[in-house]
Design a protein around this ligand. Structure first.
Ligand code: ADP
Ligand code: SF4
Length: 671
């Protein structure tokens, strides 16, 4: 189908200093958990984005010197010639598809504790460095500033040597240049105090970088349009005055906001185009092109923002991760096929755990080089086998789509009256509606695959599976929350768990509501405990959320939403009991126990919701395991995130009829 001509504007080239972006689709710098440690993986990932139509593709933050070392978070680096060769691979892959390659030169300043390099952290003044690390920066003197400029220049020259088209001066987030820009900069010399003084280093770096590499490279500045304040009500006065000072000095402004949990907030808290209200003034202050983000998945939103003169380039990190081929799909009038980001931030957990990026919607993300997986291409079937998939959750649906594209004859049998499994249920919880996109994209794909059929309201048993006579069977029947409370901390069932007031998230998602006060016991630590507490509090119950961790939903620090979850629960009046275990359940109460002192206390509870661990629904598999070609996939194999279920379904499909050697060699490793 040809594209709607209204969208032609998105495919116009944009001049950025000495280079020209072939279109307005701009993959802004984003972390990958690969950085300098995994150059081949990185090149494979960025290359696929360029292939999918992103006219500009940038690296993650790229350290200019060992005094800016973010380990254990893996950044890129341009410290020496080896780095030039390594990042050259990325540039080559990006250029192969006619896209521009950008590099975000970075110095962390007080944000870097330098655990790996053991260099002394540098700061505008002597202040705590890293996250909670017990080290401080050295206050940068004039010699340090001079040295910093030399490092930046040398890194810019290396970037040029590696072939990059856009070189960043990175003045956003909580890194060194922003530390200079902020009023908290306590310097009394010409780099502190007045606004002009605080902006001096940024100005000098832009000028010197242009001088050094500006003949072939555009110089971009990443800059925060706000300095504080809440979501849609952020303070933009000082950033505006600074941007006015520097207006046309760089070739491109890449605009963010001061609060990372808003800039890349999860869909539970932050919706599409969220930065618009904060940054829409920027284009009024500069003649230079402006790029900004907003988890854009709708071509209509992109078009509106370009037409209204809010942005020139459609910036994206997550939408390009969930669908590296988003631009090409719009170009070909296939926007209904865009695999829309669901805003879960699983992609960010890769960086936070020092492991390669993964994505809930796109199971090939991070696997481009090490497994040779492509988001749009999959090998044709290796046999004429027919496949029955029992269970239409994320694992079953993804397996069906991938097998269907390979050409296999696929049947899904689903017990419920709708497809989607846990995603259908969880997306009805407060704030999680966008998670339904995991189901919706796959249903749309299935509607285009004549060789994939599904049956609803079909609880399949052992006999029916045998009778159906498929050559292969995938059991994708998911998992159920445990009622007895065993999990991470508790290895034995909680006394009293059989009581009628004990519930699980499955009950709550099925509409059960306790008649009075509730204790939610969260020993799972991801989103479910917090969201069940929020749901029940909003339904009028008085909720106490008890967890053995020292903060609620502690794993969500990795998805950058823990702060917002805890803030929301406190604002709603949920009582938070941290460092607490569940010692027992009585008819109308729960016994809470301090994990530190063992002190116990009874609180009223007409409902106790156990959010602890899940039980795989694998009985069908065990009944048939010795009798046919059958495998478990997704939560029924091992309960995990939605991302692990999708990956599991995809892997099952990819590995069908593959050589045994290919299966055993799980992935290539970088040496
Ligand atoms: P996953 O995350 O692994 O995809 P889910 O729990 O989301 O797992 O989905 C499992 C799906 O399997 C649910 O929709 C459930 O209704 C379905 N299911 C479970 N048992 C059966 C069965 N015996 N026959 C058909 N469908 C089943
Ligand atoms: Fe979007 Fe989640 Fe994928 Fe990240 S992991 S790109 S937030 S769908």
């Amino acid at each position: 189908m040809p594209r709607d001509p209204r969208f032609d504007v998105l495919f116009e080239p944009v001049q950025i200093g000495p280079v020209t972006a072939p279109n307005r689709f701009y993959q802004v710098p984003h972390c990958t958990g690969m950085g300098y440690r995994r150059p081949e993986s990185l090149a494979g990932l960025r290359g696929v984005k360029a292939e999918g139509g992103w006219g500009t593709v940038c690296t993650e933050y790229c350290s200019i010197h060992p005094s800016s070392d973010d380990e254990p978070y893996p950044s890129a680096s341009l410290w020496d010639d080896n780095d030039v060769r390594a990042l050259g691979l990325t540039v080559e892959k990006i250029h192969a598809h006619g896209a521009l390659a950008g590099v975000e030169l970075w110095h962390g300043g007080a944000a870097s504790a330098n655990h790996y390099s053991r260099e002394v952290p540098l700061g505008t003044f002597s202040r705590p460095a890293g996250v909670w690390d017990p080290v401080q920066t050295r206050a940068m003197d004039k010699a340090d500033i001079k040295q910093l400029k030399t490092w930046h220049l040398e890194a810019a020259k290396r970037a040029q040597q590696a072939g990059f088209d856009i070189v960043y001066v990175y003045a956003a987030h909580w890194y060194l240049l922003r530390q200079f820009l902020m009023p908290s900069n306590q310097r009394s010399d010409e780099y502190g105090g007045s606004l002009e003084n605080r902006a001096r280093l940024l100005r000098e770096l832009i000028e010197e970088t242009k001088e050094a590499v500006g003949d072939t490279c555009a110089v971009a500045v990443r800059f925060s349009a706000s300095s504080g304040g809440e979501d849609d009500d952020q303070d933009t006065a000082e950033p505006r005055a600074m941007l006015e000072l520097l207006a046309d000095l760089p070739d491109l402004w890449d605009i963010t906001v001061h609060d990372y949990t808003f800039e890349m907030g999860t869909s539970r808290f932050v919706k599409e185009a969220s930065l618009e209200a904060t940054m829409s003034w920027v284009k009024g202050v500069t003649q230079k092109p402006v790029v900004s983000v907003g988890r854009f998945t709708s071509p209509e939103t992109m078009l509106r923002l370009v037409r209204q003169g809010v942005i020139d380039l459609v910036g994206a990190a997550r939408p390009s991760i969930a669908d590296p081929f988003l631009p090409q799909k719009i170009a070909e009038g296939r926007d209904d096929e865009i695999r829309e980001c669901i805003g879960c931030n699983i992609c960010y957990t890769g960086d936070q755990t020092g492991t390669p990026i993964r994505c809930t919607q796109n199971p090939t993300m991070g696997e481009e080089w090490r497994k040779g997986w492509h988001p749009e291409r999959i090998p044709a079937k290796g046999s004429d086998a027919s496949v029955l998939i029992v269970g239409g959750g994320p694992a079953g649906l993804e397996a069906a789509v991938a097998l269907g594209k390979r050409g296999y004859q696929v049947t899904i049998a689903e017990a419920r009256s709708e497809l989607g499994g846990r995603v259908a249920l969880e997306s009805s919880l407060t704030g999680l509606a966008e998670w339904g996109r995991v189901r919706d994209w796959r249903l749309n794909q299935i509607s285009k695959l004549p060789n994939v059929e599904f049956y609803l309201d079909s609880v399949v048993d052992e006999e029916q599976i045998l009778e159906f006579g498929a050559d292969r069977v995938a059991i994708a029947t998911g998992a159920k929350w445990r009622r007895e409370g065993t999990g991470r901390l508790l290895e034995e069932p909680v006394p009293g768990w059989e009581g009628s007031n004990v519930m699980t998230p499955d009950d709550i998602m099925a509409g059960v509501r306790p008649p009075g006060p509730v204790v939610v016991f969260d020993d799972d630590h991801y989103y479910m405990g917090g969201i069940i507490a929020e749901t029940l509090q909003l339904a009028g119950c008085e909720v106490t959320l008890a967890t053995p961790a020292n903060e609620v939903s502690t794993w969500t620090t990795l998805t950058e939403e823990q702060y917002r979850i805890q803030q929301r629960l406190m604002q709603l009046g949920v009582v938070l009991e941290t460092g607490i275990s569940l010692a027992g359940v009585n008819e109308a109460s729960a016994v809470l126990e301090s994990i530190y002192t063992g002190d116990t206390r009874e609180v009223a509870a007409e409902g106790v919701v156990m959010v602890t661990s899940r039980l795989p629904q694998d009985a069908l598999y065990h009944a048939l395991a010795d009798r046919m070609d059958i495998q478990r996939i997704g939560d029924c194999n091992a309960p995990g995130t939605i991302a692990t279920a999708v990956y599991s379904g995809h892997r099952y499909a990819r590995e069908m009829d593959a050589d045994q050697d290919d299966k055993e060699l799980a992935f290539q490793r970088e040496r």
